[in-house]
Design a protein around this ligand. Structure first.
Ligand SMILES: Cc1cc2nc3c(=O)[nH]c(=O)nc-3n(C[C@H](O)[C@H](O)[C@H](O)COP(=O)(O)OP(=O)(O)OC[C@H]3O[C@@H](n4cnc5c(N)ncnc54)[C@H](O)[C@@H]3O)c2cc1C
Length: 409
């Protein structure tokens, strides 16, 4: 959004204060609303933690790799390095990979290397185009990085560095994100664990609500609503609200695995240490979906881990919204790493960490404290918003009770 549009928004918000109970008004892609919203606070307490998980996002500053090359007589298609957006982008990149596979003149048989979200979606896109698919992989769900993701529809999250972008890469991205967004919408429902929910962000400065994402096509950014003071329980002046797609990894990845099998696919547990080992495969098409594993297997030194960790609380069915931006800022290295809360059937998931080039799968205790305490402060403040600012359901009995972080065991 440009400065003029932001000024318009500021004027619009100020105007809104004079219209009690007024319906939303839209201008410049942002709507303001003073219709009251009630949100059940998350009960953040150390004794409610049920697990902390760690995953290494496969990050490449110049973006994911999606291209074909020859490997002896085979067609080798690379599809890896999706950073913090692999759950979101997998169907789009899978479709492009399957289209490249159609260039192979051999029989329609394909080997997919890797069984995370990217490999599974590539396998399904190949099957849809008539390929007989075998997935060869070192690990299957629940032991993939994909199982460790939050996972909202965040296709631009840690996917490319600002100075790593080229017009060609941007164009490829914009094509795949469009496909991916449409495909995930078609999977909404219990079977795949894909659903829509509202995501709320606390804001005091309306210019933050007006921020733009220059990589994402404008028509996929959706409408952002600003809830005016008094219309929301967040401990800030305003709350920004948008609709978000949520993917519950354990349900989704198991469903994808079932679909691959249902369409005749096979899974073989096998780790490849060297690209030459791929030549022992019979399939004329090989799709490399090894995520971070591509660094070692194909010597891609640009690929580095962005370590992320999630702390999961006992589920709270009454929490039916997500939040982004609670708590304190991240590390000096990545000061903008805001905190996220995502409610799922397998627990209330708290995240918001990115440790660059850190390879350990051990939880970082300082980050754990930052994420838990940041959310605890946020939801405690939300629970204590005066009743005059709240409507409906009371927060009583759902406030956090403990402030003592335990040591790791
Ligand atoms: C904390 C956290 C939060 C996240 N949140 C989101 C989010 O909200 N939205 C989103 O879109 N994304 C999110 N991500 C990112 C997302 O998880 C990754 O982009 C995605 O999982 C990458 O999928 P993948 O299939 O490429 O990799 P993986 O899931 O790692 O799968 C790679 C597969 O390749 C196999 N493999 C690797 N090397 C070899 C080898 N040499 N031989 C044989 N097999 C091999 C592995 O066993 C595995 O099966 C998050 C990640 C983390 C850690």
């Amino acid at each position: 959004m440009n400065r003029r549009a932001m000024i318009k928004l500021g004027g619009m918000a100020a105007l809104g204060a004079g219209f009690g109970g007024c319906a939303s008004r839209t201008r410049a892609g942002i709507t303001t609303s003073n219709a009251a919203v009630t949100l059940a606070p998350v009960n953040v307490a150390w004794e409610r933690i049920i697990r902390t998980t760690v995953g290494l996002r496969p990050y490449r500053p110049s973006g994911f790799v999606l291209r074909a090359e020859k490997l002896d007589s085979r067609l080798l298609i690379h599809n890896y390095g999706h950073g913090g957006g692999g759950m979101s982008l997998s169907w789009g990149c899978g479709q492009r990979a399957a289209e490249m596979a159609l260039d192979s003149t051999g029989p329609r048989r394909a080997a997919v290397i890797g069984c995370g979200a990217v490999g599974l979606a590539a396998a399904r896109q190949l099957q849809r185009r008539g390929f007989d698919v075998t997935i060869y992989t070192a690990a299957v769900p629940p032991d993939t990085t994909s199982n460790m993701s939050l996972a909202g529809f965040t296709p631009t999250s840690a996917v490319v560095a600002l100075d790593g972008r080229t017009p060609a890469w941007d164009a490829q991205f914009q094509g795949v994100v469009e496909i991916a967004y449409r495909q995930l919408q078609l999977l909404v429902g219990r079977d795949y664990g894909v659903s829509w929910l509202y995501n709320y962000s606390p804001i005091d400065d309306l210019r933050i609500a007006a921020g733009t994402n220059t990589l994402m096509p404008a028509h996929l950014q959706g409408e952002r609503e600003v809830l005016e003071p008094g219309a929301h329980p967040l401990p800030t002046k305003y709350a920004a609200r948008r609709s978000e797609l949520r993917i519950e990894p354990s349900i989704y990845l198991d469903a994808m695995l079932r679909d691959v099998a249902q369409f005749g696919g096979r899974v073989v547990i096998r780790r490849f240490a060297d690209p030459r080992e791929l030549l022992s495969l019979e399939e004329p098409v090989i799709v490399n979906c090894t995520g971070l594993g591509a660094r070692e297997l194909f010597g891609d030194q640009e690929l580095i881990p962005l370590k992320g960790q999630l702390t999961v609380l006992v589920p709270q069915p009454e929490v039916d919204y997500a939040t982004t931006g609670a708590g304190r800022a991240g590390s000096a290295d990545l000061p903008s790493a805001g905190l996220h809360m995502m409610p799922r059937a397998d627990g209330i998931v708290l995240g918001g960490t990115r440790e660059r080039d850190v390879w350990t799968l051990e939880p970082n205790e300082d980050e754990l404290k930052r994420v838990v305490e940041g959310h605890r402060e946020f939801f405690t403040a939300m629970g204590s918003v005066p009743s005059t600012r709240r409507t409906g359901r009371s927060a009583a009995g759902t406030r956090s009770s403990s402030s003592a972080p335990p040591r790791f065991r």
